[in-house]
Design a protein around this ligand. Structure first.
Ligand SMILES: [Zn+2]
Length: 307
């Protein structure tokens, strides 16, 4: 069984200006590393389709989706939030990023792939129901989860989020929707300053202190994540795969290494084999130091694809 690698060249055209950390070079670094590590030849490559307004409107109010579409500039840059800006290439990139999770879900549900990784940008987990923020416009992982529930008639989907930042958008969209479980760790207190007070029984958010290394992270996964996942028994595991908790990443102050990303991926594969017919869909979120981002994605994919 193969691992699908889903991306699109239009995801490189979203450009929030010189020196913005969420830059097109992130995807180039990942592609280069896959080739250098010899992983590319073992993956099935797919172009991300554009998500439709209907697909996006399962996670966001339709007027929010239409407002983002109408905000897209022909030239220059339009800010929707101090950190979150649209350039002429942004709308296509954002639609492809959300569409990647839809295709990824279809591939694992149909058995054409065992797992899928989406190398896309803009990221999504800070996008709330009706609010673009934190470099995010549409909540890619939430759109994929809703697609799995609506189109594939799943009853239980888990979203794992190991980005250094709390996935406030995913929490906003799914708090108290008992079909979806959110399981996360994040540096706290830190942007977006949410997540420490779980607002609903389907939220398993575990804040960790600045300076936490792999041993502390693995303890949370072993003691909190894995029991919660085994109790919920997801039929599909979605990962908000941010790699900005890496020791070398300038954005946060946690200390994960490639080996920690490989280890957590292995643990999630074991759960997926027990409850989800091995189905894992992983979608890129953060990760801003190009070298550690690319190495961490390669370590994650290597485990996903059993290489
Ligand atoms: Zn992040």
């Amino acid at each position: 069984m193969t691992t699908a690698f889903i991306t699109h060249r239009e995801c490189m055209l979203h450009d929030m200006g010189a020196h913005h950390p969420e830059c097109p070079e992130r995807l180039a670094a990942i592609n280069d590393r896959l080739i250098a590590a010899g992983l590319d030849m073992y993956l099935s490559f797919y172009d991300a389709p554009k998500a439709t307004v209907d697909q996006l409107s399962r996670a966001h109010p339709r007027d929010y989706v239409e407002n983002v579409i109408q905000s897209a500039p022909q030239t220059g840059i339009v800010h929707l939030d101090p950190d979150t800006a649209m350039s002429p290439g942004t709308l296509a990139a954002a639609l492809r990023a959300a569409g990647s999770g839809i295709l990824a879900t279809d591939l694992v549900m149909s058995g054409k792939a065992e797992s899928s990784f989406c190398a896309v940008r803009p990221p999504g987990h800070h996008a709330e129901r009706a609010k673009a923020m934190g470099f995010c416009f549409f909540n890619n992982v939430a759109v994929a989860a809703h697609h799995a529930l609506a189109e594939h008639k799943l009853e239980r989907v888990s979203i794992i989020d190991f980005d250094v930042h709390h996935g406030n958008g995913t929490e906003d969209i799914f708090a108290n929707d008992m079909r979806v479980q959110m399981v996360s760790t994040f540096q706290h207190p830190f942007y977006p300053y949410s997540g420490a007070d779980n607002p609903a029984p389907n939220m398993v958010n575990v804040p960790v202190k600045s300076g936490t290394r792999g041993d502390g992270f693995r303890e949370v996964v072993t003691n909190t994540w894995l029991p919660a996942l085994r109790e919920f028994k997801p039929q599909l595991i979605l990962i908000s795969a941010g790699f900005d908790a890496h020791y070398e990443d300038d954005m946060g102050s946690l200390g994960l290494l490639e080996a920690d990303y490989a280890w957590v991926t292995e643990q999630l594969k074991v759960v997926a084999a027990e409850t989800a017919n091995k189905r894992i869909v992983s979608i890129l979120e953060g990760g801003y130091t190009l070298s550690s981002l690319a190495r961490s994605v390669a370590a994650h994919i290597k485990v996903l694809a059993d290489l």
